[in-house]
Design a binder for this molecule. Structure first.
Ligand code: P70
Length: 461
């Protein structure tokens, strides 16, 4: 639409952010042991650590919060949320949780079985952790294009490799696979979408072998927008028609509503299977709260009920996805190697191609996170050797991940393109001087290797 590419909102309340000096930032980085999670947020100028829980809420969401019903059982706010979720998901049974990982925990407790496989495109860490605790083996079967950061050709790099899934069924037997989880969009490889055709094909194969399908739907609307704009046959469908079709192929969905819920906290466990719902209710009562609040306050449920509707607005989604693409395009202009095409919620810089002289065991993407903070006060997050690295359970030898990236997450409705220009310019300058940077040494990791990125300590080499 001519003239219509700018933000579909105007700014009514502003939150000041602090500009700092390079000397100050170098000191804070040292104090934080070169781990961005340990920086104080007030010392960050543009915060791109995560898109989770960081959205700006609308006037309608704030107004809805005032109507929150805080009754323990049967509050009006739950029924408002239930109606909104039914509308977007097309599924009837709704259990709120305090955030996404709680829904993951309930889901893993119900579906995972010891010694069996949990197939996914790329499992998110909180599910992976839960599955491992339950004794199941999470396996990532994203298509090979999804692991190739240099090619931007494939429009749905979050798709599951059907042949690999079939092969596992043939080799191990379908009864050895307890669940298939499709994460939309696929967070670990660039916020890459999953096509409707792939969701359908995975679901058909799973159904044939009686394997339940779950969708991890933290970024459901961004995925639906990519289907609308990239997949034939969907251009004239509304976002809700697309989300409802996506969920028609699964039994259960989990959601961290801190992303596409456009709220700061909350999660959902949604299902069409009554037996599963009753089990989820019991687990929620033990771990979260009563069935009609599950760890959320009435006002938070009201905000989420409204947020889920707002996120399905195609004008909002067009602005959102184009803003992320804008940052990607600015980086590409300067030669910065990024994962292409840009995904839904951030730009992922390829640490290996950015710093080819820093080997993976010297944490190139983590070095880049520190360089970016040092240079411009911008906080990104490492999704590479530290966050995704693991150890061989028998030998203890390190296993390095296939993808080595720094994610610049873009919060929803929060920053302007001027902020994104700061990021692009700073990264462009670092890229020009890339040869002057050396790697890092991991000096502390904590007891749980899969969670070490939150608490790790580093030294500069
Ligand atoms: C992120 C955060 C959370 C998440 C997710 C998917 C697909 C479940 C959850 C858990 C986590 C994070 C990563 C790095 C820095 C800060 C935070 N994703 N499923 O940013 O949901 O957080 O609500 O328990 O992406 O990607 P919850």
């Amino acid at each position: 639409m001519k003239y219509m590419s700018a933000e579909p909102f105007r700014i009514k309340v502003v939150e000041p952010i602090k500009k700092t000096t390079k000397e100050e930032r170098l000191g804070w980085l040292r104090e934080a042991n070169y781990n961005a999670f340990k920086l104080r947020a007030e010392n960050v100028y543009v915060d791109c650590l995560t898109d989770s829980g960081t959205s700006a809420m609308s006037t309608n969401q704030w107004a809805a919060m005032m109507t929150g019903d805080e009754s323990y059982a049967g509050c009006k706010s739950f029924y408002n949320l239930e109606e909104s979720v039914r509308d977007v998901f097309g599924m009837e049974m709704v259990q709120p949780t305090h955030q996404g990982r709680a829904a993951d925990y309930i889901m893993a407790s119900i579906y995972c079985e010891p010694g069996k496989y949990a197939v996914g495109n790329m499992h998110f860490d909180t599910f992976r952790g839960n599955a491992e605790v339950m004794g199941a083996y999470p396996v990532d079967y994203v298509i090979k294009e999804g692991l190739d950061t240099s090619s931007g050709e494939h429009p749905f790099k979050g798709n599951i490799d059907i042949d690999k899934f079939q092969k596992l069924i043939d080799e191990k037997g379908a009864d050895q696979i307890c669940v298939v989880i499709i994460t939309v969009t696929c967070n670990n490889n660039g916020g890459q979408p999953v096509s409707m055709a792939n969701i359908k094909a995975v679901s058909e194969l799973a159904k044939k072998h009686k394997i339940p399908v779950v969708i991890d739907s933290a970024r459901l609307a961004e995925n639906a927008y990519f289907i609308k704009t990239r997949e034939e046959g969907y251009e004239d469908k509304s976002i809700k028609e697309i989300t409802r079709e996506m969920f028609s192929y699964c039994e259960t969905a989990t959601m961290s509503s801190k992303k596409d819920g456009l709220v700061n906290i909350g999660g959902l466990f949604v299902t069409r299977n009554e037996d599963i719902f009753l089990k989820a209710n019991q687990l929620a009562i033990v771990h979260e709260g009563f069935i009609t609040y599950g760890g959320m306050s009435g006002r938070d449920m009201e905000a989420l009920a409204v947020g889920l509707q707002e996120v399905c607005d195609v004008q909002y989604l067009e602005y959102r996805v184009n803003q992320v693409k804008y940052l990607g395009d600015r980086l590409k202009e300067q030669g910065v190697p990024i994962v292409e095409p840009t995904g839904g919620h951030g730009v992922y810089v390829d640490g290996r191609r950015f710093f080819p002289h820093i080997p993976q065991h010297e944490f190139p993407s983590q070095r880049l996170v520190c360089a970016l903070y040092e240079e411009a006060g911008v906080r990104a997050v490492e999704l590479g050797a530290c966050a995704f690295g693991s150890k061989d359970p028998e030998t203890g030898d390190p296993i390095w991940p296939a993808l080595e990236t720094m994610r610049i997450s873009v919060s929803r409705r929060v920053y302007t393109n001027n902020h994104l220009d700061v990021i692009a310019e700073a990264l462009g300058d670092i890229y020009k001087n890339r040869d002057s940077y050396k790697g890092m040494k991991l000096v502390y990791e904590g007891p749980i290797v899969s969670l070490r990125h939150f608490t790790a300590g580093f030294e500069l080499l």
